[in-house]
Design a protein around this ligand. Structure first.
Ligand SMILES: [Zn+2]
Length: 204
């Protein structure tokens, strides 16, 4: 019994050291600030709305099961509800972002967000990325804060999931607004998003 108690204390100590503040990392701080420019960009919302109208966003497989159905019924479509979440609640504040030392340092996990929880944990071992890539993660994870989930843990095969679509869109739009080379973007894009980016001359 005594050994179990020691083990419990040990695990608690290790766990508490494993999570630190997002403000510690300069790229994370920059990415947190960048969210606002995307959330003030009309083109961001225009593309989401157009994709929704053209049925290019995949809301299937229980993705909205944890969202309040009555609240959702007040909107014309799911995208309008999601846009309103972003407009009223906004992106992450720096004190809502934590850095998490995932046990496996080779894990490609970018972040973990518990559904409906207002904070997120970025994988500390996977922060050697551009501010645009971390922005993508923040915009993606925020969708989980708003209670939307996806059935699988990685993007492969679910590129048209709402959280992947808008994370990738934010990433591309931020690169475009900064006049950066969009070929540096490595993720597989949702085909519906790709055609929108072409249509709006963000990529060519
Ligand atoms: Zn996710």
């Amino acid at each position: 019994m005594k050994h179990y108690f020691k083990l419990l204390v040990f695990v608690l100590v290790i766990q508490s050291c494993a999570v630190t503040k997002g403000a510690e990392n300069i790229t994370v701080v920059e990415a947190v600030k960048m969210q606002q420019a995307v959330l003030d960009d009309d083109l961001f919302y225009k593309i989401i709305k157009e994709m929704e109208q053209e049925n290019r966003i995949d809301w299937s497989n229980g993705r909205l099961d944890h969202v309040n159905a009555d609240e959702l019924s007040n909107y014309n479509d799911n995208a309008s509800w999601l846009i309103d979440q972003y407009k009223t609640i906004g992106g992450y504040k720096i004190d809502e972002v934590f850095l998490w030392r995932k046990w496996n340092p080779f894990s490609r996990t970018t972040a973990v967000t518990t559904k409906c929880v207002k904070s997120t944990r970025l994988n500390k071992h996977n922060l050697d990325r551009t501010k645009y890539s971390i922005l993508n993660t923040l915009i993606h994870e925020r969708v989980h804060s708003f209670c939307v989930i996806h059935p699988k843990q990685n993007s492969k095969g679910q590129e048209c999931d709402p959280s992947y679509v808008i994370g990738d869109l934010a990433h591309m739009l931020a690169l475009y607004r900064d006049g950066k080379d969009l070929r540096a973007f490595e993720n597989d894009l949702c085909p519906g998003l790709k055609s929108k980016l072409l249509e709006h001359h963000i990529i060519n």
